[in-house]
Design a protein around this ligand. Structure first.
Ligand code: PEP
Length: 254
């Protein structure tokens, strides 16, 4: 029997919003979530670091979960400007996004660093959302599957299992561009990721591990993506910044 995987709808707010925006967005989602009996999805918001505390207050008791967009790979110490996984867990984060393509580009993060950050998230008792994805040039060269397999192998932390790790397939060319992957493109890569996971973590865990799609997901295209056999949710940037769109995507999972 096919494993049942709960859809995860995760919002990556990136470097957007001020206090008032975060309060309105988080409390708007919390209000909707509270009114939803047995939601068919798990909902997560990942605000910028300084807004985490405020967002935690706004979603308390609603079932909406809190996550961060990055963490440092080691526990504590002289790392000015960085944030430890332990502190994130301490203020209520349940997940950390690691290896987002913007971090891989802006901060030249390697698979090895991403793997270490994911490991730090697990050690702190949080879930890691490990992002991978090919560029347009790599896809055009027929290398999409090879690139994703390589990033997956290099970025997956040791001890990863279906409870503590989520994979996010985010084609770089689809992030923030409005150019969404077709259902066939998304399913092909998701199925290849799941197959690769069998070798890495075993068939049982691979069948249970959630693989999110990210890249210009909107209420209008979410239903067909979320209905694909190996798509278990979305990592959403732009459309996670307003209640109507983000909730619209979640509703498409129901
Ligand atoms: C993202 O930042 O992870 C993302 C998928 O962004 P967008 O939804 O805006 O493409």
């Amino acid at each position: 029997m096919a494993a049942k995987r709960k859809i995860l709808i995760a919002g990556n707010w990136k470097m957007n919003g001020l206090k008032k925006d975060a309060r309105a967005l988080a409390s708007g989602l919390a209000k909707k979530m509270k009114k939803t009996e047995r939601p068919a999805f798990e909902m997560l918001i990942c605000p910028p670091f300084p807004l985490l505390g405020l967002a935690a207050d706004a979603i308390r008791g609603s079932g909406v979960k809190l996550g961060a967009q990055d963490c440092h790979a080691i526990e504590r110490g002289a790392h000015t400007g960085d944030t430890s996984a332990g502190l994130l867990a301490n203020i209520g984060c349940k997940y950390v996004i690691v290896g987002h393509s913007e971090r891989r580009t802006d901060h030249e993060e390697t698979d090895k660093q991403v793997r270490a950050k994911a490991g730090a998230a697990l050690n702190a008792g949080m879930g890691a959302i490990v992002c991978i994805g090919e560029t347009w040039a790599e896809r055009k060269a027929g290398k999409a599957l090879v690139v994703n397999r390589k990033q997956l192998k290099g970025s997956l932390p040791s001890g990863a299992n279906a409870k503590n790790t989520v994979i996010a397939y985010e084609p770089v060319w689809a992030i923030g561009t409005g150019q969404v992957a077709t259902p066939a493109q998304a399913q092909e890569v998701h199925a290849a990721i799941r197959k690769a996971l069998i070798k890495l973590i075993g068939a049982d865990e691979a069948a249970k591990m959630r693989i999110l799609y990210g890249g210009s997901m909107k209420p209008g295209n979410a239903a067909e993506l979320l209905a694909l056999p190996d798509v278990d949710g979305g990592l959403i940037g732009g459309a996670s910044l307003n209640v109507v769109d983000f909730w619209g995507i979640a509703a498409a999972a129901s």
